[in-house]
Design a protein. Structure first.
Length: 334
């Protein structure tokens, strides 16, 4: 057992987009972090809501980036959705697939028959992210659901992180059908549901897993739902302002700027930080307002301010009294 944060866990479950890579580019330090965990024999798993790649493809992508991964270590919402449908439907049942080839392949491998039109009389529609999803297939899906097909979404992430900023995710495409049908999917398989995390823990025979993610609404909410500790890294979708405003079901155990936080003392990442000051920062609270003064590591200031906002101070009640604090709040768009 080591003294750092990761040393307290026997499995680390990583989200991928925004944590390990952005689209197809590795995030700085990710390969080194995973390599360090493997060097100390800590089990590693990857749980992604992205349904556009199969587990073997994700493992190959990661390995090509210098992040060694085996297909068995990768859990995707596409694979999980296909498995759920196989449990609910007779073998060979026609399923209309909205998404990438990876989702279609998972449906076929699960013993079902992927189809592309409402006229094929599908008994279910499964919807996952695909860069080429357009009006025609969404129209077929709408007609199929109206005719009685079960509607399953792999996930409802509104956005995908990218080097250019957030891009529309599967949740945005699900919203198209939700608007057209005036109803929600019958089932959403991926995060924030706990299944990907609990399955990863079960497969690794882990007793004390840690979830690492970049999204409060999926990764962290899913970890909380699964009863697992979590680390939010600020390399993807959710930023400091999001964390300050987070409701209880989306509050992580730890926060760090990036994956290097895994190898620092857990006390340096625990959130909220209940103190008047730390690391060169000072916070002073007066009712429903709080002031930030000083200078230092932005993550320390964030942890201090979470103690205030999570106990009732609105974001509008945060002010700064030093130049460094003013610059930090401006960077956080507060």
């Amino acid at each position: 057992m080591t003294a750092d944060l990761a040393g307290g866990y026997d499995l680390v479950v990583f989200d991928l987009d925004g944590v390990v890579y952005l689209i197809d580019k590795p995030i700085a330090g990710a390969a080194e972090a995973v390599g360090q965990l493997r060097g100390r024999k800590t089990a590693v798993a990857y749980a992604t809501n992205n349904a556009s790649r199969r587990a073997a493809d994700v493992a190959a992508l990661l390995t090509g980036m210098g992040v060694p991964a085996e297909p068995a270590e990768v859990l995707t919402s596409a694979g999980a959705a296909a498995a759920v449908l196989a449990e609910k439907l007779p073998a060979g049942s026609p399923v209309l697939v909205v998404g990438a080839d990876a989702l279609r392949d998972e449906v076929r491998e699960a013993g079902l028959t992927p189809v592309g039109a409402a006229g094929d009389e599908p008994v279910a529609v499964v919807q996952g992210y695909g860069p080429d999803v357009g009006w025609r297939v969404l129209t077929e899906a709408s007609l199929a659901v109206r005719a009685g097909a079960m509607w399953v979404a792999t996930n409802t992430d509104r956005t995908l992180p990218s080097p250019r900023g957030p891009l529309p995710g599967n949740g945005s495409l699900v919203a198209v059908l939700r608007t057209a049908l005036d109803r929600d999917p019958d089932l959403v398989v991926g995060k924030p549901g706990p299944a990907l995390f609990t399955t990863a823990a079960s497969q690794a025979h882990a007793e004390h897993p840690l979830v690492v993610g970049d999204r409060l609404d999926t990764d962290i909410r899913g970890a909380v739902a699964a009863g697992l500790d979590s680390l939010l890294v600020l390399t993807g979708v959710s930023g400091p302002a999001d964390l300050l405003a987070a409701d209880e079901p989306e509050r992580p155990t730890f926060v760090a700027a990036d994956l290097s936080g895994l190898f620092r003392p857990a006390a340096e990442a625990a959130v909220p930080l209940e103190a008047e000051g730390a690391g060169g920062w000072r916070v002073d609270r007066d009712g429903d307002t709080v002031t930030l003064d000083g200078d230092g590591d932005p993550v320390v200031a964030l942890r201090l301010l979470c103690a205030a906002t999570w106990s009732g101070v609105p974001l509008s009640g945060i002010t700064a009294t030093s130049d460094a604090a003013r610059e930090l709040l401006a960077a956080w768009k507060l």
